[in-house]
Design a protein around this ligand. Structure first.
Ligand code: ADP
Ligand code: MG
Length: 456
């Protein structure tokens, strides 16, 4: 009888993205089928609802066609199973709390920004998966997806989702310590403790540091993990922090502007840990979502934003939600200052400069031309196979800038350089990133080129 279920699930799998299969289908357990009843078990309520809304009817359809009879479905929720169930952690009794350090460090829930909650997050096709994954982790921390790694470009809602997870876990488990930190904070804190250790030999600062990050948290949320790049001793410390928490079944959530494999100057052993759980990408929202974000924001700010103005802004500011919000607030300020209602004219006028820069969609050709001219190499050689340094270096710079300034993927960039492999592009980008930190002359060339390209 179980096969009936497994086969039906298999029948819809080709229609479901692999990541969604992992996230939504696999965790649903079939407990039995009898008397026209199918008994299922879901990890939590949210999962059950999502599954019902999105998959159940197709699966049932398949079963009913094959058996020619109808079934009812009953759900059990794993987290209702009470004590002993791994998905619901007991309050952390007997949990060794660190001695509270003199100045309380930002590892407590109050560090979460109030408005970064799930209900303020507008879901669209490009962030739906990341949003769902974040909801899952917040509902059932440390059960399956650990760590959750949220990645994507600047201003697309990574920090917002990270805080939302923190709020939700805190709401459901007020007794837990939800530690939110930026990676930068972790690094400075760590360096501070090391220096303290050196100055006052035997000082307890490193112990405090470890208590704070390894022992205390029930959940660790780290924003902008790419900040660990090229910081060897901090990486080492983070590696151990990660291991201790992961081993103790504490949920870890990380955000990053790059995929683990693309993080420059991060050790392999750490990169591989980042892929242990689930990786979820946030991408630039589509037009409808951008409009919805503007409407939501204007409501919460009490700004009267006509639909055509929302559409105008959303059509012109495409890549970054933070800029979109900034534009709205600036426009609202201008309107109230001039005592006028918000209109398309006012928007056009107020945002002329911003819109001009946001809509200059840089092409890879522009990048290649600029770089070739600067280094005085032929465009044809820049894109060709020659390997000597006089062209190889400019080529790497061009690949780096293409990646940074256009929205193109590594394979796309490779194909525009005479069909090079994506791994060639990745290593070029990493190399230039490294040179930029190590070699001031490279850094200045790259930033000159970049600023030329940004303001044509
Ligand atoms: P990131 O960390 O990816 O750079 P943030 O999380 O800081 O981006 O988001 C930038 C701003 O845009 C924040 O004010 C955030 O609330 C808002 N924002 C981003 N995505 C959404 C969304 N889907 N719905 C509502 N607001 C969003
Ligand atoms: Mg952020």
């Amino acid at each position: 009888m179980f096969e009936l279920w497994t086969d039906a699930v298999r029948s819809i799998e080709p229609l479901v993205k692999p990541a969604h299969r992992e996230l939504w289908l696999r965790p649903i357990e079939c407990l039995g089928i009898d008397d026209g009843r199918i008994r299922l078990r879901a990890p939590n309520r949210y999962h059950k609802e999502w599954f019902e809304d999105n998959f159940l009817s197709s699966i049932l359809g398949d079963i009913q066609t094959r058996t020619q009879r109808s079934f009812t479905v009953e759900f059990e929720i794993a987290e209702d199973d009470g004590p002993g169930c791994r998905t619901k952690k007991e309050p952390t009794v007997g949990h060794p709390r660190p001695p509270s350090p003199a100045a309380p460090v930002s590892v407590r829930t109050p560090d979460l920004v109030d408005r970064y909650t799930f209900d303020k997050f507008v879901v669209g096709p490009t962030n739906q998966f990341a949003h769902a994954a974040a909801r899952m982790v917040a509902e059932t921390p440390a059960s399956r997806w650990n760590p959750l790694f949220i990645y994507g470009g600047v201003g697309l809602g990574k920090t917002h989702l990270l805080h939302a997870i923190g709020h939700e876990i805190h709401r459901q488990h007020p007794e837990w310590l939800v530690s939110f930190i930026t990676c930068e904070r972790f690094v400075t804190d760590f360096i501070g403790s090391m220096m303290h250790q050196k100055r006052s030999s035997g000082g307890s600062s490193m112990e405090e540091f470890r208590a704070r990050y390894r022992t205390a948290p029930d959940v660790l949320l780290v924003d902008d993990i790419q900040f660990l790049s090229n910081k060897d001793s901090s990486q080492d410390e983070f590696f151990h922090t990660f291991n201790v928490l992961h081993y103790a079944h504490k949920q870890i959530v990380l955000t990053s502007d790059k995929l683990p494999a693309e993080l420059p100057g991060v050790e392999d052993r750490l990169r591989s840990r980042f892929t242990w759980g689930l990786i979820a990408e946030v991408e630039t929202p589509d037009l409808e979502t951008r409009v919805a974000i503007l409407k939501r924001k204007s409501e919460s700010e009490g700004v009267d934003l006509p639909d055509e103005v929302a559409l105008y802004l959303a059509a012109h500011i495409k890549t970054n939600v933070r800029e979109l919000e900034g534009a709205l607030l600036r426009l609202a300020a201008r309107a109230s200052f001039q005592g006028q209602p918000i209109s398309v004219e006012l928007a056009r006028d107020a945002l002329a400069k911003l819109i001009a820069s946001a809509s200059t969609g840089l092409t890879i050709e522009a990048v290649q031309r600029e770089v070739a001219a600067y280094f005085d190499v032929k465009l044809h050689d820049l894109k060709g196979p020659k390997r000597h340094r006089a062209v190889a270096h400019p080529r790497m710079v061009a690949m780096y800038l293409a990646r940074k300034l256009t929205k193109m993927s590594y394979p796309e960039i490779g194909s525009r350089f005479g069909g090079k492999d994506h791994s060639t592009v990745i290593s070029a980008v990493r190399k230039i990133e490294r040179l930029c930190t190590e070699d001031p002359s490279v850094r200045s060339v790259v930033s000159t080129l970049e600023s030329h390209l940004r303001q044509p």
